[in-house]
Ligand binder design. Sequence first.
Ligand code: NAD
Length: 468
Amino acid sequence: DTADVHEAADVHEAAEANDAARTVGRLRETFATGRTRSLAWRRRQLKSLRALLTEQTPALTEALRRDLGKSPVETLTSEVRLVTNEIDHTLRHLHRWLRPQRVPVPAALLPARARTVREPLGVVLIISPWNYPVQLSLAPLVGALAAGNCAVLKPSELAPATSAELARLLPRYLDQDAVTVVEGGVRQTTQLLEQRFDHLFYTGNGTVGRIVMTAAARHLTPVTLELGGKCPVLICPGDDLATAARRIAWGKFLNAGQSCTAPDHVLAIGDTAGALERHLAEAVRAMYGPDPARSPDYGRIINDRHFDRLTALLGHGRVVTGGGHDRAARYIAPTVLVDVEPDAPVMAEEIFGPLLPILRMPDLDTALTFINAHDKPLALYAFTTDRRTRRRLLAETSSGAVGFGLPNAHLTVPGLPFGGVGESGLGRYHGRHSVETFSNAKAVLDKPLFPDTVRAVYPPFTTAKERL
Ligand code: NAD
């Protein structure tokens, strides 16, 4: 009867909770052995991870095709190579990033030496989303391993094929006692979040971001939250609209619009909207042909829930290009909408799909006011060459990143920190910023015992000592 069913479910859940505790316990034991601290171990893991990515590209490509209809080229450029580049950059510079940093010592303390020493944090948890399920799982893992940590990876259950591949492949390439993949959804993640970790690295939406941060507070665990938001694109009179349209179309319709850095909407200043919509329609046709449903290069929506959410947004504004959809195939055409009101539903939340609304703005001031009235985005894009406008954009708005002339691509520059601000997240990663995120910069002061210059400040406090 139902009581028995409930009891069985409870027992099952308790067993899973034990698994989570055991998993973390096992990694803690490994960390305690100290082997993850050696530069050699870290480099070996990174090279092995690189080998996984190159040797298993076909398996990963197939998983991403099943989960997202991702084209093999997109898989290479936006998933696999992003991580191999990250690994190469890290292998090249890790030794230097880990070197203790000498800092000057105030005269009153001399003779003495001061430096910062980077130490790994311990066992970290990486929770990743479904939209770039390889990149957003493994790029953080590169940082965690480079910094000398053990890691639990929890891939998204919404990209099940990729999650299964990661669970199958990572143990074959990496130190199994230092890296574990835990598959599952809310229940498994909740059980992991009850454990004490030394860092939580979460990529996904702000609602779950808050759950992660609340769980972190219980153990006083530091967090990195890589969240989303509505990334605006500014188009100004005088811009090269044909080039801008091609780059916006590329950045938006990549992965069927399901990219955290994708242009969310366009703010078209002055009379630019009309010409831009024509160029966008042309760009979409040039990239995906007259029927994008038949293009092998165009992706699909992750699931029915997101499909329904997106098609419900289509009712507002005028469709310039696209608009077609097919629920059985989870296909939504690359769509450009104009005459969208600033308070339309499509402007209420991050779109995260292939719908691009264009909003008309009378002037730059109105656009800046509009941007600043909304949450701080993960990125802001503009195509203007006007120096004053660029200066004003940088000085008068706040976002995780700014892209002049090109969306998305800032995240492929390994020297640039990647992350959001405010609602778009907190913390930074990529390259040395990952190593900083996943390590503790320990402050070390080293003062010789002889001569004992400190004697000057010991009590009793005489008037002469007051002047020191
Ligand atoms: P998702 O639904 O796959 O969720 C992400 C992770 O959270 C998954 O591993 C999931 O299992 C876990 N999760 C879900 N509910 C949970 C709960 N109640 N408790 C604990 N864990 C839970 O992905 P998503 O959130 O739909 O991802 C899309 C969002 O992520 C968008 O807002 C996008 O902008 C953002 N994003 C940000 C970045 C970035 O780097 N800043 C990158 C990609 C996506």
